[in-house]
Each structure stands twice: as C-alpha cells, then as structure tokens.
Unconditional design. Structure first.
Length: 64
C-alpha cells in the first residue's frame, strides 16, 4: 500500500526518501542505483524497500 516508514529487516528509516526517489528514478531518466547512493541508502535491505515498492493506495482506496 503505502511505503513503510522503516525497513522491515534493519529498522532504518526509509519512508523519508520515497518522494524524492520516486520523482527522480521512476519518473525521470536517472539510474535508481545512483539516486539511492545520493540519498544515502546503502544497505541492500533498505534499497529493496524502495526499489520493489508498488504504490497501491489509489487502487485500494475505493474499497474501504
């Protein structure tokens, strides 16, 4: 649904990076790995949280 605030594995805060990552990597022409490096997301588990997230809030909202 929405991006989790913390990484499921290590507990680092990853939610604060979602908007900038989405704007730069998914809608822009920048490489996602370079964007995550610039944001300071170094651990593989935290990178997984951002790269693999699919925003489904708009899809699920009408059914609540």
């Amino acid at each position: 649904m929405m991006i989790p605030v913390r990484c499921f594995t290590c507990g680092n805060v990853v939610g604060e990076h979602w908007e900038e990552f989405k704007a730069r990597a998914r809608e822009g022409d920048e490489d996602p790995a370079e964007v995550l490096d610039e944001l300071g997301v170094e651990r593989h588990c935290c990178r997984r949280m951002l790269v693999s997230h699919k925003d489904l809030v708009d899809v699920v909202a009408p059914y609540q």
